[in-house]
Structures are given as C-alpha cells and as structure tokens.
Design a protein around this ligand. Structure first.
Ligand SMILES: Cc1cc2nc3c(=O)[nH]c(=O)nc-3n(C[C@H](O)[C@H](O)[C@H](O)COP(=O)(O)O)c2cc1C
Length: 397
C-alpha cells in the first residue's frame, strides 16, 4: 500500500500520542480511504473504523468512549495483553467442542452480546437488527434496559436466546413492568446492573456537546457552558451535570425482584471479592464481573485483573461471567482459564451493527468464536472443561 500524505500524518500523530490504546487499535494494513467489504474484515477491531465512517461522530464517541480520559478503557484491553497463553505441543485437538450450558440453555460457545443502550443510533432497526445478527451467529443477546425498541418488539425479530438487563432507577414499578414484559416474551434471565449509582463524565461527549454548541452559534454555546440541571432527582439539583441515577439501591432489591419472577437473576458490575461474597449471600444466580465497559468509575480496575479474586470469593457457588475489553478469541480463553464461565462483548457487536447491520454483528461473533477455537486448539483444549488456570501466565505490571 503506498504511503499517502494522510497515512503519514496519521502514523506520525499516533507516534506522538504514544497511547497504547491508539497503538493497540492501529491497523497497519487498513486503508481508510475505502470502506472494505465485510469479507475483507479480518478481526473484530477492524469493524470500528468502518462503523466510524458510517455513523455520526457523537454516536461513534458514545459507543466507543469511556469515562473521563479513558484510563480504564485502555486498561481493560491491556490487562489481556499482559497475560500469555501457554501452548501445548502435542494433543488430541482434532475436534474442538466449545459448547456449554448456562442457566439451562445450551450454547455453542461461551461468548454473548452484552446489554448496550440505544442501538437505533447505529441502525434504523436498532436492537432488532442486532438480535438478527446475534441469532444468526448462534449467540445469546442481553437487551439493555435502555433499548431503543421495547422488549416485545425485539423478541419478535429473531429466535435466539435473550436476557433482559434491568436498572431500578428509584422506580421499582417501571423495573417490575420491564421484568413482566421479559417474562411474557421468553427472555431467559434478568441481569440487574449495579454500577451506575450516579451518571459519569465522559470527556469525549463533553467535547462533542461543546463543538455542536459552538457550531449552533454564541447563544447556544453560552447555554451549553452553563452548569446543567439534574434530571435524575427532582428534590435537589446538582451543578456540572451530576445526576444521581440509582443512589439508594440496596441489597434488599434482590429479594424484591425474586418476588416478581423465578427467572435466573444475575448481578452485573461486580469488581471485588467483598461484593462477590455479598452477592452469594443474597442468593443471586450469577455474577458478571464488569466495569460497564469503563464508562462509570474512572480508574476502575480492568475486569480481567480482578476476575480471579472474584472467582475465588465465589468459590464455585455460582457462575462468574466477565465483560470488558474482550476483542480476541485469546481474550476469551484467558478469561475462561481464570475461571469465567462465559464472556460478553459490548462495543464490537455495535461496531458490526453500525458498519454492516445484522451481517456485521453476526460476523463479529463468528470471528471471535473462530479465534477461540484456534486458541483452544493451540493450547491443547478439546473442550471447555479442559481449560484450566495453568494455561495463562499473568504478568500485570
Ligand atoms: C454504548 C454502550 C452502551 C451501554 N449500555 C449499557 C446498558 O444500558 N446497560 C448495561 O448494563 N451496560 C451497558 N453497557 C456496558 C456493557 O454491557 C458492557 O459492560 C461493556 O460494554 C463491556 O465492555 P466492552 O464494550 O469493552 O466489550 C454499555 C456499553 C456501551 C459501549
């Protein structure tokens, strides 16, 4: 590929920035002058620039960005990079079986679509299209509480397994009606997210808002720079756009949700042994180790770094799942080796959706699945049961 002026500037900028995230996501062979066809895409990371070219800057930043200056976002990725896999020279890996059972559902592989909000900003059919892609790939999809379409509409778009993610947001009645709708429409589990007590400040989105205000003229610009009023809590407002969202959520919510449904109940957003033990005591059915894709607590640990601590605290009493930074089949294998039963991906299916619709989401999952099979083969694991702690050496700095 000839070195164009644009490519030269891009490379020089990356060199100056010296950011591991930019370096990690930089693809030497990608030609950004041209949108590649789906069949040309080699890895999950390559969907990101295609999606970027097709959606608005604000949507791209909303999907891709993290809290503040994105330290934890980088760290979610880097934690996987700091772990090496130990190969096996000889082994019977003529057939690789990556199937498992999760809460009574048989799945062909341990990778599912994490709940993410607002898919309509990436595709007119929103979550319906994502669900078509996930189902075509054979993946389970968790649908966000803040989906662009209602749970019943999404459920009709395809036929794969689905979970419903829940927020309480000081409104148990709304939460309950969402659970009822999930039950009525065949969703197989409820996944309560517990890491968004207040909103979060995402520098990228602040800059996007400032830029669009500047473009709209001086009056709008002055408005945008004024401290914003809270929409979350009526009795009190806070400056600088701070919004309490689930500020008084407590452990009693689990017993309450149990009175609404018998579906398996998972807690999403656990990052410590202490919280994992409390989750076990309060009788949840599963835990998702997650820092919300590094979108809430700035400087949160990488999920892969704390996985083992959580797995040990749970002591095999319930399945531990993980999300955050999974971009390669080797990442999936590393997480399973440290004790995760399955992993979820948030941004990649969205990049696939924005780039190529359902076919893109489908391919994202298919690539991850294929990479996992290869990683299992080269580490001598013919089934998920063969994956063990000895496969991974972690050298976190
Ligand atoms: C655009 C976007 C929207 C999200 N919306 C939600 C949500 O509504 N509910 C939720 O529990 N998690 C939400 N998450 C977090 C994901 O479920 C998941 O934890 C995270 O994306 C995993 O990290 P990854 O994107 O690096 O794979 C969102 C993440 C993204 C990127």
């Amino acid at each position: 590929m000839p070195l164009t002026r644009r490519a030269a500037i891009e490379r020089f900028t990356l060199f100056l920035a010296g950011s591991p995230l930019l370096r990690g996501q930089y693809m030497s062979r990608a030609d950004h002058e041209r949108i590649p066809s789906l069949d040309e895409i080699a890895s999950v990371l390559e969907f990101e620039p295609v999606a970027r070219a097709k959606i608005t800057q604000t949507s791209y930043d909303y999907v891709t960005g993290g809290v503040e200056s994105e330290f934890s976002l980088r760290r979610n990725r880097e934690a996987f990079d700091w772990a090496t896999l130990i190969p096996r020279a000889v082994g019977d890996v003529a057939k690789i079986d990556s199937s498992l059972e999760l809460f009574g559902t048989r799945l062909d592989f341990p990778i599912f679509v994490a709940p993410t909000a607002g898919h309509a900003q990436l595709h007119n059919d929103g979550e319906q299209e994502t669900y078509r892609g996930a189902s075509a790939a054979g993946a389970l999809m968790a649908v966000s509480h803040n989906s662009s379409f209602p749970l019943d509409t999404i459920a009709k778009a395809a036929d794969g397994p689905q979970w419903a993610q829940l927020y309480v947001r000081r409104n148990p009645d709304t939460a309950r009606s969402r659970v009822d709708m999930a039950v009525d429409n065949g969703y197989l589990a409820i996944c309560l997210t517990v890491d968004t007590q207040w909103n979060s400040a995402r520098d990228r989105l602040t800059h996007d808002a400032n830029l669009s205000a500047t473009a709209a003229g001086p009056r709008r610009e002055r408005q945008a720079r004024r401290p914003r009023r809270s929409r979350g809590v009526q009795e009190k407002t806070y400056p600088y756009g701070l919004v309490p969202q689930d500020p008084d959520l407590d452990w009693s919510i689990i017993a309450k949700i149990r009175t609404w449904t018998d579906l398996p109940l998972l807690l999403k957003g656990i990052l410590t042994a202490e919280d994992a033990r409390l989750a076990v005591q309060h009788d949840v059915d599963g835990i998702i180790v997650s820092n919300h894709g590094a979108r809430y607590l700035a400087s949160a640990p990488a999920t892969f770094e704390v996985l083992e601590e959580v797995v040990e605290a749970v002591g095999g009493k319930l399945p531990v799942l993980l999300d955050g930074g999974v971009r390669r089949g080797t990442d999936v294998l590393k997480a399973l080796a440290l004790g995760a039963k399955a992993v979820a991906v948030g941004r990649p299916p969205l990049w696939g959706l924005g780039a190529y619709g359902a076919a893109g989401t489908q391919r994202v999952i298919e690539i991850l699945r294929a990479e996992l099979v290869l990683a299992m083969a080269h580490t001598g694991c013919a089934s998920l049961a063969a994956i063990n702690r000895g496969l991974v050496r972690t050298d976190f700095p």
